[in-house]
Design a binder for this molecule. Structure first.
Ligand code: FES
Length: 117
């Protein structure tokens, strides 16, 4: 497992979230308030974001394997967007919309469901 420290001057703090991209075998300490997409970018984990994080596509979709309680609540626009893709895992989130809180989150990147169907 590769552990990536954020590219910033301060060390990881107790307020960070340890985000694991289980399919990539990478963990990163992300500051609270960062999105899962931010965490992926910090860690160098490839994650498409076709709409540039505007909740208008599904390319950044992930399955939350562990730690849903350490993510921000899903808002209606995200819920509406996810509902356009039937068959997603129950705990799917848009990485560009889910903000991390102090704790530990494990996610698995999903392939863009629109392109698969
Ligand atoms: S990048 Fe398009 S919804 Fe997240």
């Amino acid at each position: 497992m590769k552990l990536v420290e954020p590219d910033r001057e301060v060390e990881a703090s107790a307020g960070d979230c340890l985000v694991e991209f289980v399919d990539a075998g990478v963990q990163v300490h992300a500051p609270s308030g960062y999105t899962l997409l931010d965490a992926a970018r910090m860690a160098g984990v490839a994650m498409p974001h076709v709409c540039l994080g505007n909740c208008a596509c599904l390319s950044c979709c992930v399955e939350v394997v562990f730690g849903r309680g350490f993510l921000s609540a899903m808002d209606q626009p995200e819920r509406d967007r996810l509902n356009t893709a039937p068959g997603l895992p129950t705990h799917a989130r848009l990485a560009c919309q889910a903000l991390v809180r102090p704790g530990r989150v494990v996610v698995r990147r999903l392939r863009d469901p629109i392109r698969e169907w």
